[in-house]
Design a binder for this molecule. Structure first.
Ligand code: FMN
Length: 176
């Protein structure tokens, strides 16, 4: 597991190699295993293969352009209904499981922030909702391209940043 976690890096360049429906299914199954508050989150994913819609998603902000070249984009949303205090956490756990499962299958991903983002006076969440025809009560956590990477930054080195772990109380730094 640690190896998959270390290998997960943001991949921003993709090959044309297609991603199968079965691969997408496996990635999403892992997503839906994520923990959620009260085990009650109404998680949704939109699988985007359509070139025009991918183009619209890529144009949302300057950091989302990279999704244009990926064969698939997964958009992670939460249907906000009833008690949903933890919808951001629920959606984020969903997203992280998706990223890790994709990594374990040799696929590249990159979390693209959408939620709460205003770019040039345009609300990113509204653009995504309009592009994908999502109901108004859907919160958009983010999206990720999914595909075989053509550039990989290399795995993370396992490390604990100095002074960030505390034993029992903040004042006791637990540095090794
Ligand atoms: C909430 C969130 C939003 C992000 N938004 C973007 C984005 O819009 N564009 C992008 O290229 N990367 C985005 N990233 C990826 C981060 O830049 C990346 O995770 C970070 O630089 C660490 O690199 P790594 O993912 O390779 O470990 C986002 C990551 C998170 C968690």
């Amino acid at each position: 597991m640690l190896e998959v976690i270390q290998n997960r890096r943001s991949v921003r360049f993709f090959r044309d190699t297609p991603v199968s429906g079965e691969q997408i299914r496996e990635v999403l199954e892992a997503g839906f295993c994520a923990p959620s508050a009260h085990n009650n989150a109404l998680l949704h994913a939109v699988v985007v293969r359509d070139e025009e819609r991918k183009g619209q998603l890529a144009a949302i902000h300057k950091w989302s352009k990279l999704v244009r070249k990926a064969p698939v984009v997964l958009v992670v949303c939460v249907e906000r209904k009833g008690f949903d205090h933890f919808w951001i956490e629920d959606g984020s756990a969903f997203m992280e499981n998706i990223l890790l499962q994709a990594t374990s299958m040799g696929l590249g991903t990159c979390w693209i922030g959408i939620r709460g983002l205003e770019a040039e006076d345009r609300c990113a969440e509204v653009i995504v909702r309009n592009t994908l025809g999502l109901p108004g009560n859907f919160g958009v956590v983010g999206m990720t391209p999914l595909g075989y990477g053509s550039r990989y930054p290399g795995p993370h080195e396992p490390r604990i940043p100095e002074g960030r772990v505390h034993l029992d109380s903040y004042e006791n730094a637990m540095d090794s």
